[in-house]
Design a protein around this ligand. Sequence first.
Ligand code: GP9
Ligand code: MN
Length: 423
Amino acid sequence: DSNEVSEVENYVKANKVDPNPEYFGKAKGKNVIYVSMESLQNFVIGKEIDGQEVTPFLNSLVEKEDAIYFDNFFHQTGQGKTSDAEFIMENGLFGLPQGAVYMTNANNTLQSAPGILKGEGYTSAAFHGNYKTFWNRSEMYRTMGYDEFYDATYYDMSKPEEQLPYGLKDKPFFKESMPMLKELPQPFYTKFISLSNHFPFDRHENDTDFEPGQFGDGVVNRYFQTANYMDSALEQFFNDLKESGLYDDTVIVLYGDHYGISENHNRAMEQVTGEEITDFKNAQLQRVPLFIIAPGVKGEVNHTYGGQVDVRETLFNLLGVDNKDYISFGQDLLSKDRKQIVPFRNGDVITPEYSDIKGVCYDNETGQPVEEGSNACEEASKEATKRLELSDKVVYEDLLRFYKPEGYKQIDRSDYQYINPNP
Ligand code: GP9
Ligand code: MN
């Protein structure tokens, strides 16, 4: 009820950090494009196999003048995988400890990025080469206030060589999205959900000349090939954005949605990384890439420790959108005052110095457990648990029903529906 929402509100407001004045409002009024990079983990960035870069295009964005690359950024997803990543990024709330919030709570009241930005004059659209019912997306997008959802029915799904079990390959997906994107009223807030780099990372041998790796594990070997294909699909998309003139008016956020290589492949990953994959090391491998490309904004490689839940605050502050009143469990990644604590859905917690993994506290520098009796992880763990518990309360009890941020017009999900253009 409204008492419970006050507890959440008090916590959230006490934990808001001041934006960094060097960045606040620097992308005011710009369009937004999110790209969900399927299963892309950070270890591929800068990685070479037999002298060939796996992701030459993404690598070119590291240390580019208008691109901020975060190299200590982690996915925080649970069983909801891609959909959890979407939920976390756009709501500043965590996914659930079990199941997928997209499936279980699609009818909640939310104050999501598309709904908030609507009040700032933005039109919103989601693009994805799979059908709208997958992950219950169309129901959740109505709740979030997405104006348009261009799902597989908007794309040419007739060519077998362009099809995957989850939908359309990335190159035709981005190519065919361009005319629809260009038609949108500006400023727009959009997301593009890629899918070529999906387990079991196959069916792209004729789409790239990148050779599979040789690590004695087909899944790991092919991962480099499909990641390379996604990378060149992104390059094609950037070139098309530049050609269309949209690039200079747009903030682009590229993020890895979740891990691609599970612990079942630790042996091959030991060959890839040249290190033993301990519990500690596996947790560190949950880094995913985050790039924010904003023409006119100062680029850098940013080493802050953060996760998907922090991106919404970061974006809103770049856009100069006042977000003091919105419930979110993230802290702006560009703020100098943020606490660098990364909570995970399995209870692990990572900070710049220590990592609490399966209840054991590790010193990041040595990768070894701290001496017995040390409380090095205690404060961060407490804080992480608090954030997760409050976020779960918001979702399970649908608490945002009772929360009315000033100046925000509540989304009525019955105003939104997504019609198949070729029934
Ligand atoms: C399916 C795609 C993959 O539409 O987003 O979802 P995942 O299996 O990665 O959660
Ligand atoms: Mn995914």
